[in-house]
Design a protein around this ligand. Structure first.
Ligand SMILES: NC(=O)C1=CN([C@@H]2O[C@H](COP(=O)(O)OP(=O)(O)OC[C@H]3O[C@@H](n4cnc5c(N)ncnc54)[C@H](OP(=O)(O)O)[C@@H]3O)[C@@H](O)[C@H]2O)C=CC1
Ligand SMILES: O=C(O)[C@@H]1CCC=N1
Length: 269
């Protein structure tokens, strides 16, 4: 495995900010990172900020703007991409072919789908690449593992679904936590207390599921005493597959938006 020497970041916002936080916590030196922003930006201590496009070449460039802004930055960014550079993109929906069309000279292009928990080193990172050398694949795997885990895919047709589950997923979980708190409040709990109970309960339950030898299904069975309280609640979630159906619709809607964004980028490319 080769350590990364330098990375240019274009679009230093919520997502790539969380990634850099995770990489710094994992021990990557801040000097490795250069952030380009034409209007300037607060960056962590030791990270270089540039307001003009750099002329040197980088081991990796990380694209972190909104997907519809890809073509605003691609021409300038292309100057920092050599035939030894890997282009990493966190842009939802933007396909490898669309990246390759903008960066034909790059050695490798990678869709790198993290989530905000990478700031804590706890994100499952969806990855798919094209043109990567073994060295680059090792470097990207290491970068992903420093943020949680590396989940390589071979079939790009599933990437938007991985994005929906693992990238958008925290948004769905936060909505679930909020809904638990709202439901508790509606039924009589103090609002602040309901919020605290919901967050700590989900934190503990997720940590237990991650460590346990048992599947989440078995863990649910262990919580539910026959004829007890939990089973009555599970019966509501399970009736006519209500929760599974709701989440299937949720992931389908998110996934299909990815396909729409992919088509928009394909047309422009
Ligand atoms: N948020 C999330 O949980 C996840 C997001 N993603 C992906 O991450 C990407 C960014 O999302 P997110 O971080 O939420 O959005 P943000 O708006 O927080 O980040 C985008 C950043 O791009 C900067 N920017 C805008 N124009 C330029 C430019 N011309 N040159 C350089 N930088 C520029 C913006 O700066 P300014 O504010 O000054 O305009 C902003 O900081 C998206 O493509 C999204 O699909 C992927 C997985 C999860
Ligand atoms: O909402 C979005 O489009 C991106 C993809 C994953 C999380 N945020």
């Amino acid at each position: 495995m080769t350590d990364i020497r330098n990375m240019l970041i274009v679009g230093f916002g919520t997502m790539t900010g969380a990634m850099v936080e995770g990489w710094l916590k994992a021990g990557i030196a801040p000097e490795v990172f250069t952030v380009y922003h034409p209007r300037g930006k607060d960056v962590p201590e030791g990270v270089r900020l540039v307001t003009d496009w750099p002329t040197e070449r980088f081991d990796a460039v990380l694209l972190g703007v909104k997907p519809y802004m890809l073509d605003d930055v691609a021409p300038g960014l292309a100057r920092a991409v050599s035939d030894k550079t890997v282009v990493l993109s966190v842009l939802a929906g933007i396909e490898l072919a669309s990246l390759r069309a903008r960066f034909p000279q790059a050695e490798g292009v990678v869709r790198f789908m993290p989530n905000l928990a990478c700031a804590l080193g706890k994100a499952p990172n969806g990855l798919i690449g094209e043109g990567l050398s073994d060295t680059q694949r090792g470097m990207v795997t290491d970068l992903a593992e420093k943020l949680g885990s590396a989940e390589w895919l071979e079939d790009e047709s599933r990437f938007d679904l991985v994005t929906a589950l693992a990238g958008s997923g925290p948004g769905f979980v936060y909505r679930f936590i909020d809904a638990l708190a709202v439901a508790g409040t509606r039924l009589g709990l103090d609002e602040g207390q309901a919020g605290r109970l919901a967050i700590q309960m989900v934190e503990g339950a997720a940590a237990l599921a991650a460590q346990s030898e048992h599947s989440p299904g078995e863990l649910a069975r262990r919580v539910a005493s026959p004829g007890g309280m939990t089973q009555k609640g599970l019966d509501v979630l399970d009736e006519n597959d209500a929760l599974v159906d709701l989440l299937t619709q949720t992931l389908r809607a998110a996934r299909d938006r990815g396909a729409e964004m992919a088509a928009e980028a394909r047309e422009k490319g």
